[in-house]
Design a protein around this ligand. Structure first.
Ligand code: ARG
Length: 477
């Protein structure tokens, strides 16, 4: 699985600052420390370093190919950048606060490694292009890693759905028992939601696959650069409009939106498992390796992971809002506000990957109390079955509904379950109920009686499983 790379950053203390930033030529004084702290993004953008260096390698090669620098100079730059990348990936790179951001840090280190030739690398490009490129590459990778992780969750849902076609639980409306449904049907409903999430993730990956290199800050450059060469080297499409290329963060919004919706889906699944594993429901038990205890109550076994899944939706939605609000009203061209795009994005990606790292095994290892589920799926949850039975025999549905409603009331008065109702009471509720086959008054009979496509009947669920199997097979690669 391709994961966005995290740099093990060693940030040097303040005392080791250099006093002249790379843009310092026209300044008479060095930046005030508090301003430097506020302005710096190095503490969080170090994780973009591998992308930044890959972008620089593509840029250096292009400069060489187009004769903007000599072939030897290009080769030296590529060699030096390779060495810096190696330092970054092995965790030996030492970042300093004076570097301000990842782009400056890499350039500074390149100069230390390769000497004066490093000063030519920035020909025909700007940090604005670099940061936009780095973020595109990050989003492209993150969308791919999250899709992979989500697919694994879908595989787990599918496996449990396929394995436990014998289990029936109540489907709920208003969190009141409504009708019996197969557990597999329920799990496959979540599968469908994740399938749509996958589509959104693929779209976000596609949107990120455009290279802003060649914008040269905003308006292009007099140097004979070729943006399609750099884009091609990175497996991306080239920019169409240099101003748009440095201004837009739509691809990041696309990913944040996909993750916010995925977060909402995960939170709904999480909420269900929190209830299912409560003593009140008692439908499911989590494996010990995915539960936690209480520091005071020895009996507790808590579904923390599912609660976190529910809880993290808040920040996933918040992160999308944060970037939307940052972008709202920004003039075209780079503004420093855009530096605020990274932390929400990183946070959403990390949060979702964290959840998806545990969810598949949590689903696979949980156990179910089939008897308890089936019992909850019986009783008054079978009432619709009676109304449908009558309606199928020509009784207008509203009349059937009323008759069964009165029967439910009668059972409540007697304190009995619907399956235990006497033949006399059935007939008294409606004469046509005298012919009721009793197996309809069971959860199994009820689900088996569903005829419509996409329903919870075993046949329909078989068909849904077949479709899911095909989808997973197709996406296997
Ligand atoms: N650290 C900046 C960011 O994260 C990089 C771009 C800086 N560009 C500039 N013109 N100051 O957005």
């Amino acid at each position: 699985m391709t994961r966005p790379i995290r740099c093990s950053s060693k940030l040097q203390p303040m005392s080791e600052r250099e006093k002249s930033p790379l843009w310092g030529g026209r300044f008479g004084a060095s930046p005030a420390e508090a301003f430097e702290d506020l302005n710096a993004s190095i503490s969080f953008d170090v994780r973009l370093a591998p992308y930044d260096i890959r972008g620089s390698i593509a840029h250096a090669r292009m400069l060489g190919e187009k004769g903007i620098i000599s072939t030897e100079e290009a080769e030296e730059l590529v060699r030096g950048l390779g060495a810096v990348l190696e330092e970054v990936e092995s965790g030996r790179f030492t970042w300093t606060l004076a570097d301000e951001d990842v782009h400056t840090a890499v350039e500074r280190r390149l100069r230390e490694v390769s000497g004066e030739v490093a000063l030519k690398l920035h020909t025909g490009r700007s940090r604005n292009d670099q940061v936009a490129l780095d973020l595109h590459l990050f989003v492209r990778d993150a969308a791919a890693s999250i899709s992979d992780a989500l697919l694994e969750t879908m595989r787990a849902l599918f496996e449990v759905a396929e394995r436990r076609q014998d289990l029936i639980l109540p489907g709920y409306t208003h969190l009141q028992r409504a009708q019996p449904i197969l557990l597999s049907h329920h799990l496959l409903a979540h599968f469908r939601a994740f399938e749509r999430d996958l589509t959104r993730l693929y779209a976000a990956r596609e949107a990120a696959n455009v290279s802003p290199l060649g914008a040269a800050a905003l308006g292009g450059t007099p140097h004979p650069i070729d943006p399609s060469l750099t884009a091609g080297a990175l497996g991306m499409q080239p920019l169409v409009n240099s101003l748009d290329a440095v201004s837009e963060r739509d691809f990041a919004l696309d990913l944040l939106y996909a993750l916010a919706v995925l977060g909402v889906h995960l939170s709904r699944l999480g909420e269900e498992w929190v209830t299912w594993t409560s003593s009140e429901f008692g439908f499911a038990t989590l494996d010990d390796s995915y539960s936690s205890g209480s520091s005071i109550m020895p009996q507790k076994k808590n579904p923390d992971a599912y609660e976190l899944m529910r809880g993290k939706a808040g920040r996933l939605i918040g992160n999308l809002n944060a970037l939307l609000i940052t972008l709202k009203g920004l003039p075209l061209g780079y503004s420093k506000d855009l530096q605020e795009d990274k932390e929400p994005l990183f946070d959403s990606v990390d949060s979702v990957l964290g959840i998806l790292a545990v969810l598949p095994e949590m689903l696979r290892t949980a156990s179910f109390d089939g008897e308890r589920m089936a019992r909850a799926a019986g009783g008054f949850a079978l009432a619709t079955e009676l109304a449908d039975f009558l309606a199928a025999r020509g009784v207008p549905f509203r009349e059937a509904h009323r008759a069964v409603g009165q029967l439910v009331r009668r059972c409540e008065e007697k304190g009995i379950r619907l399956e235990d109702v006497s033949d006399e009471d059935l007939t008294a509720a409606h004469p046509t109920l005298a012919n009721l086959p009793r197996e309809l008054l069971t959860p199994e009979g009820s689900v088996a009686n569903k005829k419509s496509s996409g329903s919870t009947s075993p046949g329909s669920v078989e068909e849904q499983l077949r479709q899911a199997r095909e989808l997973l097979r197709g996406l296997q690669g």
